[in-house]
Design a protein around this ligand. Structure first.
Ligand code: F0G
Length: 371
């Protein structure tokens, strides 16, 4: 098998790049689609649940898919610096890809509200880390203003190349399953990712159908085996940061799932279109439900995702229990980031380690009590 070189190489015929585009990549994408076995049984669900584990991207989240494209295009356009606002993962990815490209990065993060691993990444990759006394929404407004004024490329998901890169997740799911799933569930924060998933699935269908009528056989991928349909899209939010459930911006978003602590999502219309066109819906989960799902996944399937990512599963569990999901369906859940990003939250909700003397009898005793 050829050496995998990242998603732009793999899907270059479906991305806005040319032969002369200088690709900035850390071999992102190609993440595992892990079938969950114990959870569906436990939930009494007759269908399949598969986790697309985006935590296994190079910087530990799905942001790498968008960042390889955004930084590639920024470099192609001659930019020497990038900027973003972030709840953590975007800043980690921006810092890493800027380092890879040899350009500068500036990241605005809400003070005290980003997970430790993400902060460590941004700092370690050499970003100029700017902690603001405000939330993500404040940061988003500021970087839009600053990038309009200074020669610096904005790499938040309002940059269309971000969604272009992120849409490749849908291609990978279809490549793995041979078809689109019945449902695709994911957490929603700034709402770029659900929009990108829908874009990917939509392109995959259009490209496949000989009679699609849109490209009339002119597109480079016309007729390639892809999906014949699109999934129902389900977007889940944290209850304290759920503008899609409230019908408009939330001014003081709050949740333990800090990655999705966002009150004024940028991709509002695109996300609504994804949900409506697919026959899906938005729903919300409490912090307790999110943490419970995170733990359940870690302890019944061996998959450790960050709290925000577990919102996929928390919402899905509720919808399965309410009978809103058709029995026998195939469901893909995007697990957007790795659990190691947020060790504090993981440790805070786990029992403390046992403290014992470094002696065999004490340890054997302890083990026997747990057998
Ligand atoms: N899950 C994780 C782990 C995230 O980091 C994010 C967003 C989302 C879900 C939501 O995705 O915004 O496309 O709806 N994180 C951004 C950041 C906002 O700055 O890292 P979305």
């Amino acid at each position: 098998m050829a050496h995998y070189q990242g998603l732009i190489h793999r899907y270059r015929d479906r991305l806005p790049v040319s032969d002369s585009t200088p690709i900035v990549s850390l071999n992102e994408g190609n993440t595992p689609l892990i079938e969950l076995f114990r959870l569906p049984r436990q939930l009494g669900f007759s269908g399949r649940i598969l986790a697309k584990f985006e935590g296994l991207n190079p910087t530990g989240s799905f942001k790498d898919r968008g960042m390889t494209m955004a930084v590639t295009k920024a470099v192609e356009a001659g930019s020497r610096a990038i900027i973003c606002a972030s709840t953590g993962n975007t800043s980690a990815a921006a810092a890493a890809y800027a380092a890879r490209a040899g350009i500068a990065s500036f990241v605005l993060i809400p003070e005290g509200k980003i997970a430790l691993g993400k902060l460590a990444q941004a700092m370690m990759h050499g970003a100029v880390v700017i902690q603001i006394q405000g939330n993500f929404d404040d940061g988003m407004r500021l970087v839009q203003e600053i990038s309009a004024e200074l020669p610096i490329a904005l790499v938040n998901s309002v940059n269309p190349y971000r969604l272009q890169g992120q849409k490749t997740i849908a291609f990978e799911v279809i490549d793995a399953l041979g078809e689109a799933p019945d449902y695709h569930v994911l957490p929603v924060g700034n709402a770029g990712n659900i929009s990108a998933h829908w874009m990917g699935y939509s392109e995959a269908v259009c490209q496949q159908t000989a009679a699609c009528g849109l490209c009339k056989g002119q597109c480079p991928y016309h007729g390639k085996p892809m999906a014949t349909r699109r999934p129902v899209m389900l977007g889940y939010q944290a209850a304290g940061s759920a503008p899609f459930l409230r019908g408009g911006p939330v001014s003081n978003p709050e949740t333990v799932a800090t990655a999705i602590r966002i009150g004024n999502p940028m991709s509002w219309d695109l996300a609504w279109a994804a949900v409506k066109e697919s026959g899906g819906w938005f729903d919300e989960c409490t912090d307790a439900e999110i943490l419970e799902a995170q733990k359940l996944l870690a302890q019944t399937e061996g998959v450790f995702c960050e709290p925000s990512s577990a919102t996929s599963l928390a919402g899905l569990i509720k919808d399965l229990k309410r009978g809103k999901i058709k029995p026998g369906s195939t469901i893909v859940a995007t697990l957007t980031g790795h659990g190691l990003k947020d060790p504090d939250t993981a440790i805070a909700q786990s029992p403390q380690p046992h403290r014992v003397a470094a002696e065999r009898p004490a340890i054997s005793d302890l083990i026997q009590r747990h057998l």
